[in-house]
Ligand binder design. Structure first.
Ligand code: NCD
Ligand code: ZN
Length: 352
């Protein structure tokens, strides 16, 4: 077994970096490794228009310490009030590549999301007529639908009819978590792709409850049964070009996670490529890591693949228990995935 592997620089096609002090804390973790990051727009208030995305992108770039390979790409937040003019303005902005559809109330900061896809059909048709991509949080919000079934229901209630109605619409089904999600993407043709997170490849719902309730494993869509995890592993490592890397790294502070009503979101940007590398190694598929991490996403978005390389070294290291939020005095850090535990792979940074 080699002690290092080299792959084309990867991209993270789904990430939350927040704003202000948290942004300053987390952006360097992504910038050390990724070329492009696809920045989700669910700030409070959300990033809905092109000019706001430009300001937000400047804030992210300012926190990236001049990394010359790092390129944040922006997504705009769809609401019931998004206009076709908003879409056309976004299409003219080379740094905006997609619109994010959050069903209203589905997840963190989604209250301004879309209440019904049927209300925004003209906007979706305009997106389809441009080079932009629709990025979908695919869960129904009906409180009567079991939280573990919300993705599968969304496929039948929303995605299949939408694809029938606008087949030319290019859709990324974000952070898929189920066998049904995998099957839908495989059968949907070239206009549908999907991101897969490290947590859904590494863990199942049992991990949320092992020996007690573990809020740092709580994210949305929620971790599912083991059989779904197996379907995701096969999808990510099997070479199918529809599936690509998107961490859904979603930082929340310790106090907002360890609470009687804790936030959904797992922070993984500190060790993102290393976590995926472990997954591919365990599946005896290290030779397919590069395509999943560095090719399939760029190809789906019709953007050039990165040309430079990164190197990963097989070495044990320990993930810090906490990342202190930059410039924050009180003890309310971000608790990362694998906090205090060991990792098998590490990115060799340029200084080494
Ligand atoms: C995300 C967040 O915190 O912004 N949370 C999460 O559990 N994944 C929102 C999202 O992507 O659903
Ligand atoms: Zn997300």
């Amino acid at each position: 077994m080699p002690d290092t592997i080299q792959i084309t620089r990867p991209d993270d096609w789904h990430i939350h970096v927040r704003s202000g002090k948290i942004l300053k804390t987390v952006v360097p973790h992504s910038a050390r490794c990724f070329g492009r990051i696809m920045v989700m727009p669910n700030l409070m208030p959300p990033v809905c228009v092109s000019s706001r995305a430009d300001e937000y992108r400047d804030e992210i770039l300012a926190a990236s310490a001049g990394s010359n390979h790092f390129n944040p790409l922006m997504s705009l937040y769809l609401t019931d009030n998004t206009s076709t003019e908003d879409v056309l303005a976004a299409d003219k902005n080379p740094n905006i590549v997609g619109f994010k559809l959050y069903p209203a109330g589905a997840t963190t900061n989604s209250d301004s999301g879309v209440t019904s896809v049927s209300r925004i059909m003209p906007v979706l048709e305009t997106i389809a007529s441009t080079g932009l991509v629709l990025q979908v949080h695919g869960e129904v919000t009906d409180p009567n639908v079991d939280v573990f079934d919300r993705e599968a229901e969304f496929i039948d209630q929303v995605l299949k009819p939408l694809q029938r109605e606008i087949p030319e619409l290019r859709i990324v089904f974000e952070h898929i978590t189920t066998r049904q999600g995998v099957e839908f993407v495989r059968s949907a043709g070239d206009n549908v792709g999907a991101t897969i997170t490290p947590q859904h490849l590494l863990f199942s719902r049992n991990d949320m409850f092992s020996g007690g309730i573990r809020p740092h494993y709580y994210c949305l869509p929620i971790l599912k049964r083991h059989e779904h995890r197996l379907a995701l592993l096969e999808a990510a490592t099997g070479g199918d070009t529809s599936f690509f890397l998107g961490t859904d790294s979603a930082p929340h502070t310790k106090l907002s996670k360890e609470s009687s009503c804790g936030c959904a979101g797992i922070y993984s940007a500190h060790a993102a490529i290393e976590l995926y590398t472990e997954v591919f190694e365990a599946m005896d598929a290290l030779d397919r890591l590069e395509a999943f991490a560095s090719f399939h996403g760029a190809d789906f978005y019709k953007l050039p693949r990165n040309t430079d390389k990164i190197t990963l070294e097989r070495i044990d290291w320990e993930v810090p228990k906490n990342y202190q939020v930059v410039g924050q005095k009180e003890k309310n850090p971000i608790v990362p995935l694998r906090a205090g535990e060991s990792m098998r792979w590490r990115l060799l940074t340029e200084e080494h």
